[in-house]
Design a protein around this ligand. Sequence first.
Ligand SMILES: CC(C)(COP(=O)(O)OP(=O)(O)OC[C@H]1O[C@@H](n2cnc3c(N)ncnc32)[C@H](O)[C@@H]1OP(=O)(O)O)[C@@H](O)C(=O)NCCC(=O)NCCS
Length: 182
Amino acid sequence: MNIPLVPMAEAPADHAAIEQLLDLSFGLSRHTKTSYRLREGNSAVEGLSLVIRDPEIGIAGAISYWPVTIGHAMSPAILLGPLAVHPARQNIGIGRALMNTSLNKAKELGHKLVLLVGDAPYYARVGFQQLPIGLLQLPGPVDPKRFLYLELAPDALEGVKGLVLAPWRSVELLAALAEPHR
Ligand SMILES: CC(C)(COP(=O)(O)OP(=O)(O)OC[C@H]1O[C@@H](n2cnc3c(N)ncnc32)[C@H](O)[C@@H]1OP(=O)(O)O)[C@@H](O)C(=O)NCCC(=O)NCCS
């Protein structure tokens, strides 16, 4: 199958087809995953939601990223995912094209640190590594072998530690912690 591997910006009209692709790729239980806790009440990072379109099947692949903040310092990072490629179009470079284009854009936009939960052997191909165990925590269970990071700027992980949350949750949590005990 020869389709042009050209990632394009996701359009609002793509939303339903992307949701269907995600259901097909990860099953309906995908919403119970820890990564989804970081997407609740959050908005995808502008400019980094990309799709590859196919004249026969519509959306052949899609990727998006979500802003997160880490620990008391509220260090900023972005969470990659979901990344999904239609079963009929896998292993022809769509996933890699979506990752390369979006990661280059993320760097251009000034993002410095990318996190994800996923298959390490696949994401290692673009430079992701396992996080040191215990350095960062997620708001739910995660297999440490699947909790990965990529620095888009030198030493972006330096000094970063703590709980990874959607930015609005970090603000609420820190405000609650700052309240004097009664
Ligand atoms: C994982 C996924 C995004 C890969 O996208 P893709 O467009 O098929 O992959 P690419 O064409 O960019 O790369 C293909 C290569 O990656 C390898 N690969 C694919 N999925 C892999 C995985 N989960 N782990 C390790 N390697 C993998 C292939 O064997 C192939 O290797 P080769 O280049 O040596 O032949 C896609 O298969 C998918 O959406 N799967 C369903 C969801 C899923 O299983 N996600 C798991 C990752 S979180």
